[in-house]
Design a protein around this ligand. Structure first.
Ligand code: XIL
Length: 477
């Protein structure tokens, strides 16, 4: 089975990715044969409908080795620092978008999602904000203006935002940040509302650490997001940082905790995964680290609403860990010399093991699942952003009858390629793109809607393109 999946994934792989993987192999002189021969992390992740991301230091993108790994292995990027308040608004009202823009351009050139990090956080605030004294109403305006300005700047370019970061104390109470001290808990709801108003299509997250398993802190977070949802505050997801320690990872506890948040109807994601060890590293620590990475990945992949995994740094050379945790390090999937570690293989194995089996139409023994039946459907195919060589499309299909698994198809203009999709498993053959449900959105009630989105490369898609569902053409909707 594993062999078949790998072959299928490879068949679907775009030539461009294969070419750049080969180039990367040449550049690094990889000794691990698996690196050049096997599909990349992003290829195996895409076959599961989940994303695989990394924190990116945009200053390193001029380093060819670094940027080759980021573009070849990941389909999502998070700014490690460039989108934080101190970087974006160093003086009040003066914005510096250079680092964020560079990352967004890189992502568009490489058909990647962008995970925006972070809008409202007690740490890495600019001095004028940290040290300034403001009336409560002035501070409220400062917060909502900041959220509005930044989310508007990246409207349709950033698909997910950590709107509020690290709002909790370890005991589950709200942290006494400047925001909480002056505004109370309402700063959280206000920030989400401002973000939603600025970009209705971006998914809005609250993000924290030490919340990976059930404990006092994650219980506090759980109560907050449950209440926010009940009050109609526009929150879509919860991010779990996962800054973990080798040998102290309980995959089952992580899965159960992700599931209880998912059961609130929220998306969940692993947002900052790294697993550190006491230095120096040795092969048994690296093997244990691989098992720990696998456990976290398996936990996410077992939860249908877990949309993806972001690692916090590509290599041990770029990681924040040694600067912050005395005597610890080696927390990333690549080593100091950008060679993949056992943790890298473990991550890839987890995606391969979780990969759906899309079948191979050329293989008479396994032609893939037949199209599930559908009733009447209508579909809106909307190009929300376009540029010279690409576009972003969102598709919403309303189905007349309940579905348990679905498959949608449409054609792109000649020469336009599917680059990267979300909320579905994507493949392209000639001009025709096929999208099947992701693990978490296959069940749709009669009259319910299916939503997915994607980016194109090589040109823009056409607004209003006709879509079929289960082989039946949908009315324009
Ligand atoms: C870290 C960065 O990796 C460092 O470069 C920076 O000096 C400090 O912040 N939780 C978060 C991240 O939400 O933004 C932090 O990133 C790591 C902990």
């Amino acid at each position: 089975m594993r062999q078949h999946r790998v072959r299928t994934v490879r068949r679907l792989a775009r030539a461009a990715v294969a070419a750049s993987a080969a180039a990367a192999a040449l550049t690094f002189g990889f000794s691990a044969p698996s690196q050049a021969a096997d599909p990349s992390l992003r290829e195996v992740a895409e076959s599961t409908g989940r994303f695989i991301g990394t924190a990116v230091n945009d200053g390193l993108l001029s380093n060819g080795t670094y940027s080759d790994i980021v573009s070849t292995e990941f389909d999502s990027v998070t700014a490690e620092n460039a989108m934080k308040w101190e970087a974006v608004e160093p003086q009040r009202g003066q914005f510096n978008w250079a680092g964020g823009d560079r990352l967004v351009q890189f992502a568009q050139a490489n058909d990647q999602l962008v995970y925006g990090h972070t809008l409202v956080w007690h740490s890495q605030m600019p001095g004028w904000l940290q040290n300034g004294s403001f009336s409560n109403s002035e501070l409220r305006t400062i917060v909502t203006d900041h959220v509005t300005t930044q989310v508007s700047r990246y409207k349709d370019k950033v698909q997910r935002w950590d709107v509020v970061n690290e709002a909790f104390n370890e005991d589950g109470s709200l942290r006494q940040s400047k925001f909480y001290q002056q505004l109370g808990a309402s700063y959280i709801a206000d920030s989400f509302r401002a973000a939603r108003a600025a970009d209705p299509d971006a998914k809005l997250f609250i993000n924290d650490y030490n919340t990976e398993t059930a404990n006092a802190k994650s219980d506090g977070l759980y109560r907050l997001v449950r209440d926010l949802k009940a009050q109609g505050v526009p929150i879509d997801g919860v991010g779990f940082q996962n800054h973990l320690i080798v040998g102290q990872v309980n995959g089952q506890a992580i899965r159960q905790n992700l599931q209880r948040f998912a059961d609130l109807g929220l998306e969940v994601a692993v947002t900052e995964l790294d697993i550190r060890m006491r230095m120096p590293s040795d092969s048994s620590k690296l093997q244990q680290q691989a098992r720990d990475y696998r456990a976290v990945a398996d936990a996410c992949l077992a939860v249908s609403r877990c949309s993806g995994i972001t690692v916090w740094g590509v290599s041990d050379r770029d990681s924040w860990v040694p600067d912050v945790f005395d005597g610890e390090g080696a927390a990333c999937p690549w080593d100091e010399n950008y060679r993949p570690k056992p943790a890298y293989d473990a991550l890839r194995d987890a995606f391969v093991a979780a990969g759906g089996d899309p079948g191979d139409p050329d293989d008479p023994d396994n032609p893939g699942d037949p199209d599930p039946p559908t009733g009447d459907c209508s579909a809106a195919f909307t190009v929300s952003n376009r540029w010279d060589t690409g576009s972003v499309v969102s598709v919403t299909i309303r189905t007349g009858q309940a579905l348990n698994g679905w498959r949608a198809q449409f054609d792109l203009p000649a020469g336009v390629n599917l680059a990267n999709g979300w909320n579905g498993a994507f493949s392209q053959s000639g001009r025709t793109v096929t999208v099947s449900n992701a693990a978490y959105n296959g069940t749709v009630s009669a009259g319910g809607t299916i939503s997915f989105g994607f980016q194109t490369s090589g040109g823009a898609a056409q607004d209003g393109t006709r879509v079929s569902l289960g082989g039946q053409e949908c009315a324009a909707g």
